[in-house]
Design a protein around this ligand. Structure first.
Ligand SMILES: *Cc1c(COP(=O)(O)O)cnc(C)c1O
Length: 379
């Protein structure tokens, strides 16, 4: 059986977790601080805050950007539901913009018509690891004076061409970027998340809000020779990452460049193997983006039955996943009026599948995936 993904975790991560477990300090502490600083260095961001997952990262990003009940946040429906849910947690309404079918990312040309007097932020997604057209989106955000948040859940190690330089996603090309370390993404701490930002004041708020709104971090209280009484001046949350997770994350971060390089080789091999099957639609990187290929997505011919193709591949020992979901088709959002039709988002959900991709894959594995896909979709 060829699975959809395999996490790259071994003795190094196990040893890191063991070291923390035996150290006497297991929750957010020195390992979290070290992971934050290393992640900031890796992305080129000035500040990083580790949290429990990307959904909580998005919630904090929106809150600190000033999103309040009754506001609107312009985003995509075509994303994992956590993107829209984080907006709803703030009491705000996600306003869904359609995607560009070539990249599965927000279509910047459609953003203006989604803006209203109630819009308080723009939340873009680097879907499946492919950076969205940040230059276009940032231009709009700047012109309208709106904060720009990046859902970079899938985009650890992806790169963006910015002022003629390749920069890491997370260097922060908007105001704040949010990452996921769930095992379905390519750097994993079991569960986990990270916010990077260029604003020192925002970073300080993230660090306070993730820890119950507490005025002093417990590492400071613990290390102080004076008795410290903490206060809780704002409504906070428990969105902490543990030191056990952070120690695993530090090992994963060391591997990340190698993992991304390997995924890029595997993705080009898929392009070779599937190149002759002209009825399949493959993603081409736009000139401004280098993806980490968190997901390798293929568009099936319109006439193909997505479920039948996936079943035929499963029967042949190849796991696949349906393309990215649409939040507006789920019950919680279905009754909300749309500001525009979303034909490309819906078509992407209905006519794409995601192929297995993980560093341990052999060429034989890839040939098996490709030949079964061609077989299952040939008309
Ligand atoms: C996975 C994912 C999330 C949620 O990440 P968690 O760490 O599981 O909370 C949010 N947005 C996108 C685009 C994702 O792919």
């Amino acid at each position: 059986m060829i699975p959809i993904i395999k996490p790259t975790l071994d003795e190094a991560e196990a040893e890191a977790a063991r070291r923390v477990i035996l150290s006497g300090w297991v929750t957010q502490g020195p390992e979290v601080a070290a992971f934050e600083s290393e992640f900031a260095t890796f992305t080129g961001a000035s500040h990083a805050t580790a949290v429990s997952n990307c959904t909580t990262a998005l919630h904090l990003a929106l809150l600190v950007a000033g999103v309040k009940p009754g506001d609107e946040v312009v985003t995509v429906s075509h994303s994992y539901i956590a993107t829209a849910n984080a907006v709803a947690y703030c009491g705000a309404t996600p306003i869904f913009v359609d995607i560009d079918p070539a990249t599965y990312n927000i279509d910047p040309a459609l953003i203006e018509q989604a803006l209203s007097a109630r819009t308080s932020a723009i939340l873009v997604v680097h879907q499946m690891g492919l950076p969205c057209d940040m230059a276009a989106v940032a231009g709009i955000a700047k012109a309208k004076g709106l904060p720009l948040i990046e859902d970079a859940a899938c985009a650890s190690g992806s790169e963006l061409l910015w002022d003629d330089q390749w920069e890491k996603i997370g260097k922060v090309h908007g105001d704040v970027a949010c990452f996921s370390f769930h095992p379905r993404k390519i750097l994993s701490t079991g569960d986990g998340g990270m916010l990077t930002t260029k604003h020192a004041a925002w970073d300080a708020k993230f660090k306070m809000l993730r820890q119950h709104g507490m005025s002093v971090p417990d590492t400071v209280r613990h290390g102080s020779a004076q008795v410290i009484f903490e206060t809780h001046p704002v409504l906070g949350y428990n969105y902490r990452m543990t030191d056990i997770q952070a120690a695993v994350g530090r090992e994963q971060l060391k591997r990340l460049p190698g993992i991304v390089a390997r995924r890029r080789v595997l993705a080009s091999r898929y392009v070779e193997l599937l190149g002759d099957a002209q009825w399949l639609g493959l993603v081409r990187e736009p000139s401004y983006a280098r993806t980490n290929w968190q997901s390798f997505c293929v568009r099936l011919p319109d006439a193909a039955d997505q479920r039948a193709v996936m079943q035929a591949m499963l029967d042949a020992g190849v796991a696949t996943r349906r393309g990215i979901m649409c939040a507006h088709r789920e019950d919680f959002y279905a009754s909300q009026p749309l500001c525009m039709p979303l034909p490309e988002s819906e078509a992407a959900q209905d006519h794409t599948i995601v192929l297995p991709l993980y560093p341990q894959m052999t060429d034989e594995d890839q040939q098996k995936v490709a030949s079964n896909l061609i077989e299952a979709t040939r008309l």
